[in-house]
Every structure is written in structure tokens, then in C-alpha cells.
Design a protein around this ligand. Structure first.
Ligand SMILES: *[C@@H]1O[C@H](CO)[C@@H](O)[C@H](O)[C@H]1NC(C)=O
Ligand SMILES: *[C@@H]1O[C@H](CO)[C@@H](O)[C@H](O)[C@H]1NC(C)=O
Ligand SMILES: *[C@@H]1O[C@H](CO)[C@@H](O)[C@H](O)[C@H]1NC(C)=O
Ligand SMILES: *[C@@H]1O[C@H](CO)[C@@H](O)[C@H](O)[C@H]1NC(C)=O
Ligand SMILES: *[C@@H]1O[C@H](CO)[C@@H](O)[C@H](O)[C@H]1NC(C)=O
Ligand SMILES: *[C@@H]1O[C@H](CO)[C@@H](O)[C@H](O)[C@H]1NC(C)=O
Ligand SMILES: *[C@@H]1O[C@H](CO)[C@@H](O)[C@H](O)[C@H]1NC(C)=O
Ligand SMILES: *[C@@H]1O[C@H](CO)[C@@H](O)[C@H](O)[C@H]1NC(C)=O
Ligand SMILES: *[C@@H]1O[C@H](CO)[C@@H](O)[C@H](O)[C@H]1NC(C)=O
Ligand SMILES: *[C@@H]1O[C@H](CO)[C@@H](O)[C@H](O)[C@H]1NC(C)=O
Ligand SMILES: *[C@@H]1O[C@H](CO)[C@@H](O)[C@H](O)[C@H]1NC(C)=O
Ligand SMILES: *[C@@H]1O[C@H](CO)[C@@H](O)[C@H](O)[C@H]1NC(C)=O
Length: 620
């Protein structure tokens, strides 16, 4: 009889239904017609419990002492293929060291497999999506309802790996070889492991430090963990293994990073998660999220440092070895509604970074977000796919966020290291606020709520104008700063007439010094009081100006510049989610949808470009 092969479903979340069915079929086949054949190979006593145990314990001890000689030599199988498996308990991870080449044996006993499932935990507030407003006050469990009885979830985190024992090898070219997990539900294969037929066991590779498998079972589950043989590495692995009938104890999300880079300076970076809900601000769900203890955490690690190389999907490894991790005081988390759509999300300000360095950023969840470890469903934590971000090279850009008035500002601004961040934030914020005060004074004189005043739309009024003005004002008076040393074409040099922080100046005949556009900043406050020296600006998006003209009464006389003035003053959005112009709430790789791009450019069809009233000479 021909057996279909059980393909290894390498390190995926769940075994497919097909694999599950195959295991069941295998179980019955081996137990019935091919039973005697299997016994011939395995030479297993009929009652394993009685006859095997003394031998098993010795075998396991021996395997620990002289590492890696678990026999594959056929003649020796009878005597020594019967290691003592250690029992796994539902939702209780087991930690173990394992030598290169060694195999360790575990079992999840039938009593645990068939036990009733644990009570479902509270879970986080509902993640309401745009198409899903009905559940706005509901509560969603953080693991989906189980499809069937007796689903078993096995998961593994590699916590520590062996080290390279050769200095001749580039550590970034040699990832730690992954552990392999073998699972059998067959009484005929109580010691799954390397070298056995894939008909008798399923094989899962712990890719980047993570392995997860789920399948249905009715009796004992046999699990083994094998460390590969390697001459390049030496030392031991350490891993956490867990079995559960409730949900994965450790989990990963490979589909999304769920983490967006907002901006950085030379030592810190700001990142946000995706919106946790699309609920409206007056809904209880929105309030629940805004008031929650931030549920996520994150890890950051220099891409040139090999400490987590090959273990990026292991919460355990990241929490032990990532350069920036919870507990080392470099991460400040909070909930915010800043950003596009003003929906709740979590933000991370991370510090102690090096300049001009690229880091992996990995979103994580500690346990189930409120509890972790033994007896917690999902207590082993979760990680998302890694993203990366780069810190700035020049120290005259400083990351500002959480301003009182320009509350949507969250990016690097021109600065001088001699000014502390709180003072800097206050200087920019109060400056913008004073311009705004003058604007509201003017606006109050205009009967802007009469529909005939609004030239482009009958659907806008004073509040829309005020909001568009504030957006534009904050983006223009608080410029988004970028390294002077960078040469991207969308960057506009500014303040070239001033000395660099190191005291050198550009030659007096430099075109940047001669042109009024590049010789000074838009906002005179910067050159006179902040004195950042020459810097480059990511220009505000031209649609900010267009929005202002469109929504404000023509009596205010707003116009956007035209021709060269337009290109000197405003930038254009990129289609790929890169930030090539400054808009409030910007984060990298967010707006890559083509629909959004069309909307952004459609304004051009209706509008000319204009110069501005109120400080038009300052801001072009
Ligand atoms: C490592 O090599 C030894 C000796 O060749 C072998 O017994 C053992 O099964 C190997 N281990 C793995 C995980 O392949
Ligand atoms: C996490 O687990 C603990 C203990 O099981 C439980 O009390 C808590 O409600 C869970 N938290 C969430 C967010 O599900
Ligand atoms: C690496 O370590 C192993 C023992 O774990 C040793 O046999 C081997 O010679 C070492 N290789 C080098 C290049 O040092
Ligand atoms: C909320 O659900 C949507 C759709 O299922 C998903 O794209 C998004 O990532 C989820 N957000 C979070 C924070 O889980
Ligand atoms: C880090 O890696 C990048 C790309 O691999 C390389 O260009 C850069 O020089 C490296 N930096 C250091 C400090 O090694
Ligand atoms: C996080 O940042 C906020 C605002 O910058 C500050 O008030 C708070 O003390 C910081 N928390 C920690 C733990 O550093
Ligand atoms: C959040 O939702 C808004 C729409 O409400 C969307 O524009 C934005 O891209 C989403 N994601 C983030 C991280 O802001
Ligand atoms: C910063 O650079 C120093 C020196 O190269 C290095 O020791 C340190 O680990 C780096 N820190 C981070 C967070 O990259
Ligand atoms: C950083 O992320 C970008 C965008 O996802 C990707 O194209 C690039 O290869 C990544 N760089 C590294 C060093 O992983
Ligand atoms: C606001 O208006 C007052 C009176 O016209 C003027 O003195 C002040 O400079 C203006 N403020 C700004 C920031 O333009
Ligand atoms: C505009 O606002 C003023 C004062 O708030 C009010 O008296 C007037 O009726 C409003 N006009 C329209 C057309 O709504
Ligand atoms: C001063 O800084 C500027 C910009 O960072 C750089 O181009 C220049 O070479 C530096 N001059 C000296 C003498 O280091």
C-alpha cells in the first residue's frame, strides 16, 4: 500500500487539514494492517509503560552526557530508541538546553489532549474595521473560536543559539541553523526524530526561531526537538516549548509588520502601530482603546549586529538579546490618535540609537498583553514581521511629537543640540499658535458661513477653513528636517547662509547662499533663535495649500504660488509610500494605495496655484 507523503509544513502556523487527516489515517493504518511491519522496525514492547521506562531514563541521560549520539544505527535501535519523554502540561512552557546534534523527547499526554478547554479570557477591546461598525462596543477574543474538538497547538521559541566558533566567518552570513520539531500521534512512533520516515511523523523547522503547528488529536502526542549538527557553531541552544489545547502559546504574524516608521533623529525614532480601531471618537470602543494600557511592545536591533540573526521570529530571543527591548528603558509607549483618520493607535518613542544606522523594528506583544507565562493562554508572546528604519546622520534635526497646539506634528524639525527638546517644542508651538491667533481674528471678521462666499464648494464652512489653515500653518512654520548631507531631489536646502554646527560655513559665492530661497528658512524664528545651521527641508505637500484655498472664503485672499515659487515651496506625494513631502500624520509606507494617489492629484484639475495672504512673504 502506498502512503501519501506528509510534507513538512515548515514553521507555518497550522498544519493543513490534509496533514491532519493524514496523521489520523496513518494512525489507523499503522495500527491495523501495517502494525506488524512497524513493530518490526521499532521493536517496541506491547506495553511500553511497563517494560520501557528504566531503559528510557538511562538512554536519555546517556544522550545528555555524550552529546549527539542518538542512534540511527539500525542494530542499536532496539536497545536505545526509547528515550524518556518529559510531559508537557497545557499552557505551561518548558525550557530546555539542547546541544548541537542532540534530540530531546516530549509528550503531551492523552489526559491533557482530551481535557476541557480553558475559559476564554477577556481579550483586548474590539478591533473595529471600517466595514464593521456594528461591533463598536463588542469584545473580540484574541484567538478565534475553535473549529473542532481537541485541536492541539504546539509551538516553540528558540531563546538562545550556539555561537560561531570561527572568526573567519562573517556572522551576518551564517544564520544559526534552526531547530527542528518532529511530531507523531502514532503509538508506533513514540520517539519521532531525524532520520525517520515522514510517513510516521510531521517535521517542522523553527524558522527564525519560531515553530508552530496545530492538528487534531485524540491520544498521546509525541514531540521531539532536534538540534542540527554543525561544525561552524558550538555551544548549546535554549528553547521554550509549549503545548496547548486552547491557542498557540507562542505566535507570530508573518503577514504584516503592523508597525510604521514616523521619523527619527540621530539618537531616537518614533514608530506607530496600525489603527487599532476605526470607531468614531464618541464610541465606547474608541475610549476603551485610548484609555488602555498600551498592549504592544517593540524591539529594535541594528541590522549589522548578528545577536538576533536567525531568531527574529522568537519573542523569547528578542526579549533576551535585542538591543532595544522592553525593560532596558529605551522605549516609551503610549496610545495616540494622531495621524491619518485620527484613529487610536500605539506609538513608540525609542532612544539610545546610533546615528546613520539601520535598525530592524519588530512589533511584539508580551504574553496576551496583560499577563504572560505559565497558565496564560498565549502567554509566550507574539511577534510581527520585521520592518526597518534608519536614523539621521546630522545632529541639527530633532524629533518632536506630542505638541500641545500643533498636535499632529510628529517628525524631525530643525534644531540645535544646545536647546533641550521641551524648550524647542515650546518655541515652535507657541510661534505657530500666535500666527493662528491672528488668523482667527481675521476669520471672525468675515461672514464665512454664508454659502455664496465659498467659491469652490458649498459644503465647507468656517471650521473647515480653520482646520485647513492650522494644518497648513503647522506644516509650514514647523518644517520637516532632513540631513543636509542627503541628496534626495525632493529636499530643499535652507539656512545656507548660517554656519554649520561645527563652525564651518559655505563659501559666500555658493549658489545656495546667493539664493534667497535657500539662504534662509521660511520661518524667521528658526534662523534667528534656533540657529540650526544649514539643513534640508522636506517641503510641505502642495495639497495642503490647495486645501486651504479650497476651504477658506476667497475674501481671505489665500493663493498658492505658481511656477518656480511653487516648486521651491511645496512638494509632491510619492506613489510608493515614501515621504517626499510633509503632511501632518505622515508615516512611511502608509499611503501606497493608488486610489489615494488619484485623490491627491485631482485637486490640481480644479485649482490653480497661488501665493498666500498672511505672511505670504515669509512662507512664499
Ligand atoms: C548528528 O550527527 C550524529 C552522528 O552522526 C547523529 O547521530 C545525529 O542524529 C545527528 N543529529 C541530527 C539532529 O541530525
Ligand atoms: C491574559 O491572561 C490573564 C490570565 O489568564 C487574564 O486574566 C487576562 O484577562 C488576559 N488578558 C487578555 C487581554 O486577554
Ligand atoms: C567548531 O567547534 C567544533 C566542536 O563543537 C569543533 O569540532 C570544530 O573543530 C570547531 N571549528 C573551528 C573552525 O574551530
Ligand atoms: C484590525 O483589523 C484589520 C482587518 O482585519 C487589520 O487589517 C488590522 O491590522 C487590525 N489592526 C490591529 C491593530 O490588529
Ligand atoms: C551596515 O550594513 C550596511 C549595509 O549592509 C553597510 O553599508 C554599512 O557600512 C554597515 N555599517 C557598519 C557600521 O558596519
Ligand atoms: C514618556 O514620554 C512622556 C512624554 O514625552 C513623558 O512624560 C514620560 O515621562 C515618558 N515616560 C517614560 C517612562 O519615560
Ligand atoms: C488608519 O486609518 C486611516 C483612515 O481612517 C488611514 O488613512 C490610515 O492609513 C490608517 N493607518 C494608519 C497607521 O494611520
Ligand atoms: C552603537 O554603536 C556602538 C559602537 O559601535 C555599539 O557598541 C552599540 O551597540 C550601538 N548601539 C546600538 C543601539 O546600535
Ligand atoms: C528595509 O525595508 C525595505 C522596505 O520594506 C526593504 O525594501 C529593504 O530591503 C529592507 N532593508 C533591509 C536591510 O532589510
Ligand atoms: C499678529 O498681529 C499682531 C498685530 O497685528 C502683530 O503685531 C503680530 O506680529 C502678529 N503675529 C504674528 C506671528 O504675525
Ligand atoms: C453665520 O454666523 C452668524 C453668527 O454666528 C449668524 O448670525 C448667521 O446667521 C450665520 N449665517 C448663516 C448663513 O448660517
Ligand atoms: C562641518 O559639517 C558639515 C556638515 O555636516 C560638513 O559638510 C563639513 O565637512 C564639516 N566641517 C568640518 C571641518 O568638519
Amino acid at each position: 500500500m502506498q502512503f501519501p507523503k506528509l510534507t513538512p509544513l515548515q514553521s507555518r502556523f497550522a498544519a493543513t487539514l490534509a496533514a491532519t487527516i493524514l496523521l489520523v489515517i496513518l494512525y489507523y493504518v499503522l495500527f491495523t494492517d501495517l502494525g506488524s511491519f512497524a513493530y518490526a522496525l521499532e521493536i517496541r514492547p506491547v506495553d511500553p509503560k511497563v517494560a520501557d521506562y528504566p531503559l528510557l531514563i538511562e538512554g536519555r541521560k546517556a544522550a545528555h552526557d555524550d552529546d549527539g549520539d542518538d542512534g540511527t544505527i539500525p542494530g542499536k535501535i532496539a536497545a536505545r530508541d526509547t528515550p524518556a519523554p518529559q510531559a508537557l502540561v497545557n499552557n505551561q512552557f518548558k525550557q530546555s538546553n539542547i546541544n548541537l546534534g542532540e534530540t530531546q523527547y516530549w509528550t503531551f499526554p492523552k489526559s491533557a489532549v482530551t481535557a476541557p478547554r480553558s475559559a476564554t479570557p477577556t481579550g483586548l477591546p474590539a478591533n473595529v474595521t471600517a466595514t464593521d461598525p456594528s461591533s463598536a462596543s463588542g469584545v473580540v477574543m484574541n484567538h478565534e473560536l475553535k473549529k473542532r474538538e481537541n485541536t492541539v497547538y504546539i509551538s516553540l521559541n528558540t531563546c538562545l543559539g550556539p555561537s560561531l566558533n570561527s572568526t573567519n566567518v562573517d556572522p551576518l552570513s551564517a544564520a544559526i541553523p534552526p531547530l527542528t520539531v518532529y511530531i507523531s500521534t502514532s503509538e508506533n512512533n513514540k520517539a519521532p526524530g531525524p532520520g525517520k520516515s515522514s510517513d510516521e511523523q510531521a517535521e517542522y523547522i523553527a524558522e527564525q526561531g519560531y515553530m508552530g503547528a496545530s492538528f487534531s488529536a485524540e491520544s498521546d502526542v509525541y514531540v521531539s526537538v532536534a538540534a542540527p549538527n554543525s561544525t561552524l557553531f558550538s555551544g548549546v541552544y535554549n528553547y521554550d516549548l509549549a503545548a496547548s489545547i486552547d491557542a498557540y502559546f507562542h505566535s507570530v504574524d508573518d503577514d504584516t509588520t503592523n508597525l510604521y516608521f514616523v521619523d527619527s533623529d540621530t539618537t531616537s525614532a518614533l514608530l506607530i502601530t496600525d489603527n487599532v480601531t476605526q470607531s468614531s471618537p464618541d464610541s465606547p470602543n474608541y475610549q476603551q482603546w485610548m484609555n488602555i494600557t498600551p498592549p504592544y511592545t517593540m524591539f529594535a536591533h541594528n541590522i549589522n549586529n548578528s545577536a538576533i540573526f536567525g531568531l527574529e521570529r522568537s519573542y523569547c530571543a528578542l526579549s533576551l538579546s535585542a538591543q532595544i527591548r522592553p525593560g532596558n528603558n529605551a522605549i516609551n509607549t503610549s496610545m495616540t490618535s494622531r495621524g491619518l483618520g485620527n484613529k487610536p493607535k500605539e506609538q513608540f518613542k525609542i532612544t539610545y540609537l546610533n546615528s546613520s544606522s539601520t535598525y530592524y523594528g519588530i512589533l511584539g506583544m508580551y504574553g496576551n498583553s496583560t499577563a504572560s507565562g505559565i497558565d496564560v493562554i498565549g502567554g509566550g508572546g507574539k511577534v510581527w514581521r520585521a520592518m526597518n528604519f534608519t536614523t539621521k546622520a546630522d545632529s541639527n534635526c530633532a524629533l518632536l511629537y506630542n505638541l500641545d497646539f500643533c498636535s499632529q506634528v510628529a517628525y524631525a524639525v530643525p534644531s540645535n543640540p544646545s536647546i533641550d527638546l521641551t524648550t524647542l517644542a515650546h518655541m515652535y508651538d507657541s510661534n505657530a499658535q500666535s500666527y493662528y491667533q491672528n488668523f482667527t481674528n481675521s476669520l471672525s471678521l468675515i461672514p464665512c458661513n454664508t454659502s455664496s462666499i465659498s467659491m469652490y464648494s458649498l459644503a465647507v464652512g468656517c471650521p473647515d477653513c480653520a482646520s485647513a489653515y492650522k494644518q497648513w500653518l503647522c506644516a509650514v512654520t514647523i518644517p520637516r528636517c532632513y540631513d543636509y548631507s542627503s541628496n534626495f531631489s525632493f529636499l530643499q536646502p535652507r539656512n545656507a547662509g548660517q554656519a554649520f554646527l561645527n563652525g564651518t560655513t559655505l563659501p559666500a559665492d555658493d549658489p545656495l547662499v546667493l539664493s534667497p530661497v535657500t539662504n534662509a528658512s521660511r520661518n524667521p524664528l528658526i534662523d534667528s533663535q534656533i540657529k540650526p545651521g544649514p539643513y534640508k527641508e522636506i517641503l510641505p505637500c502642495h495639497d495642503l495649500c490647495n486645501d486651504l484655498v479650497r476651504t477658506c472664503p476667497s475674501a481671505l485672499g489665500f493663493q498658492c504660488p505658481t511656477g518656480q515659487y511653487l516648486n521651491d515651496s511645496y512638494g509632491y506625494r510619492a506613489s510608493n509610500g515614501d515621504i517626499t513631502c510633509s503632511y501632518l500624520g505622515a508615516a512611511y509606507y502608509l499611503n501606497s494605495s493608488p486610489m489615494k494617489l488619484a485623490a491627491n492629484f485631482s485637486f490640481e484639475i480644479f485649482l490653480g496655484f497661488c501665493v498666500l495672504w498672511l505672511a505670504s512673504s515669509l512662507f512664499y
